[in-house]
Design a protein around this ligand. Structure first.
Ligand code: HEC
Length: 192
């Protein structure tokens, strides 16, 4: 029943192509759906970030990351019935800290990157059991781009540095270089 509801929500959103909704290959269908959610999330966030950077510079843009990122994640979670978020081995906001499973996947992404895999393509999907309840879980790595260095690089503008310190006294999301894995999108779909 729950699955049905999620499917319907997904269909209404245009996340699941109707042709796929009825096929037996549920796993690949969930992966396709996850990729779409991530793409939408990333697209919206990047758009807002770039607009804010242009309009008010990085200090103003901190507000986008601080308010819009969790808001978009919450909105997408509500629309899909899936839990959507961002995490990292070095978080800025402790609310984004990885759980044990996410930490293992992030470490595995680092190992795969070290073996030469393309960071832009790193993803992992798995069905896991938590307290006897099955969940579909999906993660996709987020590469560090040039624009990210304004707030996640080694050398920050003093005003950016000050503002970040004020909001995030335990900030660990600094010192990144272009091409590093900044973190990952993470999705949970309850299955029963
Ligand atoms: C204007 C400053 C700014 C820029 C530019 C920026 N970020 Fe962030 N980033 C933040 C802030 C602030 C947070 C904390 C958001 C929160 O409170 O949830 C954050 C959080 C994150 C997180 C969630 C994990 C964590 O550390 O808490 C990820 C992943 C992330 N940023 C990736 C990126 C990527 C990738 C880019 C470049 C495309 C980028 N950021 C550019 C300010 C920025």
């Amino acid at each position: 029943m729950k699955n049905g509801k999620i499917l319907i929500a997904g269909l209404a959103l245009g996340l699941i192509p109707p042709a796929l909704a009825g096929t037996p290959d549920q796993a690949s269908q969930r992966i396709l759906e996850s990729r779409k959610i991530v793409k939408q999330f990333m697209g919206r966030l990047k758009g807002e970030l770039q607009r804010a950077m242009k309009a008010g510079g990085p200090v103003k843009a901190i507000e986008v990351c601080r308010n819009e990122a969790p808001a978009i994640a919450g909105e997408m979670s509500q629309q899909t019935g899936w839990r959507v978020g961002r995490t990292s081995l070095k978080v800025r906001n402790p609310n984004n800290a990885p759980d044990a499973w996410e930490r293992r996947v992030l470490q595995d992404f680092e190992a795969r990157k070290a073996r030469g895999e393309d960071v832009r393509k790193l993803e992992h999907a798995e069905i896991v059991a938590v307290n006897g309840k099955k969940q579909f879980r999906y993660m996709k790595a987020i590469p560090t781009g040039r624009i990210c260095l304004r707030c996640h690089g080694a050398k920050l503008d003093p005003a950016v540095d000050q503002t970040l310190k004020q909001f995030y006294p335990h900030d660990r999301a600094r010192g990144f270089k272009v091409g590093d894995i900044r973190g990952a999108f993470t999705i949970i779909q309850p299955l029963d």
